[in-house]
Design a protein around this ligand. Structure first.
Ligand code: HEC
Length: 127
């Protein structure tokens, strides 16, 4: 019950929900939805690409037998592997240190970059 001047206004619990709580919750939900989702933009820093390229090849084709090619790999798979290396779920002495410093955005960008490279390695030269 709220007193305004000499008028008494009854606000039932249901009205309270409808008038105040629902709009506030809706706004919060809307804000959450409007927050920019993580989108891969294939715009990876040159220094990162050079580091990864030292082992995996600048064109994503490795010249080293025990190092996998990344060119043309499905982005979702690359994201999962990089996150697994980062969390320690997948471990490799050569690879793990390079995944540790990657942000989610770096991982999304790197994955998009490698997915877009030609898996035959013909479109550009190997280092
Ligand atoms: C010092 C060499 C080295 C560097 C530098 C390196 N990697 Fe690796 N990477 C490896 C090796 C070795 C493996 C295979 C690991 C294994 O056998 O489990 C690997 C595996 C991977 C895999 C998993 C591939 C698959 O098919 O499962 C991905 C993805 C990957 N590296 C991405 C990257 C990215 C992105 C970078 C740069 C941030 C990078 N690597 C830097 C050596 C390296």
């Amino acid at each position: 019950m709220i007193l305004t001047g000499n008028k008494r206004i009854h606000i039932t619990r249901c009205e309270l929900h409808r008038r105040y709580i629902l709009p506030v919750v809706s706004i919060l939900l809307l804000q959450a939805c409007l927050e920019e989702p993580l989108t891969a933009n294939d715009d990876v820093g040159e220094d990162k690409l050079a580091k990864c390229g030292a082992c995996h090849g600048l064109n994503g084709i490795s010249n080293i037998p025990i190092i996998p090619n990344l060119a043309g790999q499905k982005a979702e798979y690359t994201v999962l592997q990089l996150k697994a290396f980062r969390s320690g779920e997948r471990v490799n002495a050569a690879m793990t240190p390079h995944a540790k410093s990657l942000s989610d955005q770096d991982i999304a960008d790197l994955a998009a970059h490698y997915a877009n490279l030609d898996p035959s390695g013909k479109s550009s030269s190997s280092p």
